[in-house]
Ligand binder design. Structure first.
Ligand SMILES: Cc1cc2nc3c(=O)[nH]c(=O)nc-3n(C[C@H](O)[C@H](O)[C@H](O)COP(=O)(O)OP(=O)(O)OC[C@H]3O[C@@H](n4cnc5c(N)ncnc54)[C@H](O)[C@@H]3O)c2cc1C
Length: 257
């Protein structure tokens, strides 16, 4: 999806695919593509009709092996999430059979994405809960062990209250994403609910990482402690999959009918 000039405003993608006999010729570029450096099958969001806005967007599957004109750019250096690569992709007159169009006809891409994105957004909420659970468990272990002023860090009321707040956030998020998963199973997961799981889950995740790192003192800033990596990896959860501002926009749209 994402391009150097457009992320949130997905309708504005510039990558385009022109029909040429029984092939499409793809031109354009993408950025921030997770696993783009290693992927050998890429679903490209491209305009098949540049005058039709969202209705001109299609999804085209590209097998990258031997694809002439396809090039991977930099493996981008990131603040966190270093376990997966994040790439630039370039397409210069890349020929793809028209049979690689995803779906029965052109112009369905935007709607196909709108159907799939709620799933991705709920998964970001689920991931947030995984981070939170792990961070709380690590922090409890740490504050039970570490001592200051002759007592365990765990015994300070501030520590107890902060951890109680974190645990409450975890359990509220668990209830919400469990409900979202149940709705996903029955096909009832709507865009607004998935957006809530994404923005609120990632917001809680970042708040919890902040508090848990603080409770580690200076050690929390050291990469040898898991909380440092959890903190760094958390930030992007508020950005990818649609920014949290866009999530709130989608929720507001569901109210303003
Ligand atoms: C590690 C990582 C992995 C990623 N993986 C992928 C991937 O696999 N595939 C993919 O397609 N993309 C991927 N992305 C891209 C990601 O989805 C975009 O970065 C994101 O959607 C935001 O787009 P942008 O960066 O262009 O920001 P912009 O759209 O330029 O937004 C900049 C700021 O303006 C705000 N803003 C924009 N529009 C509005 C509005 N209407 N109202 C209020 N505020 C607004 C945004 O919320 C943000 O704060 C990834 C990004 C990262 C960092």
């Amino acid at each position: 999806m994402t391009e150097p000039g457009t992320g949130s405003d997905l309708q504005n993608v510039q990558t385009h695919a022109e029909k040429d006999g029984n092939h499409y010729k793809i031109n354009g570029s993408k950025i921030f593509i997770t696993n783009g450096h290693t992927a050998d099958l890429v679903v490209v969001v491209a305009k098949t009709d540049r005058s039709a806005g969202a209705k001109g967007v299609s999804l085209i599957v590209l097998e990258t092996e031997d694809a002439v004109g396809f090039r991977r750019g930099r493996n981008l250096k990131k603040l966190g999430m270093k376990g997966s690569d994040t790439a630039e992709l370039f397409f210069e007159d890349v020929c793809v059979p028209t049979a690689n169009l995803l779906g029965p006809e052109e112009g369905q891409g935007f709607y196909q994405l709108m159907k799939q994105l709620p799933w991705e957004r709920l998964m970001i909420g689920v991931t947030a809960l995984g981070f939170i659970d792990f961070a709380i468990a690590e922090t409890v272990k740490y504050v039970q062990d570490r001592k200051a002023f002759g007592k365990r860090i765990m015994d300070f009321q501030n520590t107890r209250f902060k951890l109680a707040e974190c645990k409450t956030k975890a359990e509220l998020l668990r209830s919400f994403v469990n409900d979202g998963l149940a709705r996903l199973e029955t096909g009832e997961l709507d865009a607004a609910t998935a957006s809530m799981a994404k923005w609120w889950g990632s917001q809680m995740q970042n708040e919890v990482m902040h508090e848990c790192l603080q409770l580690h003192g200076g050690y929390g800033f050291m990469m040898e402690y898991p909380i440092a990596r959890l903190y760094a990896d958390s930030r992007v959860q508020m950005i990818y999959g649609g920014t949290n501002e866009i999530m709130k926009e989608l929720i507001a749209r569901s109210l303003d009918v």
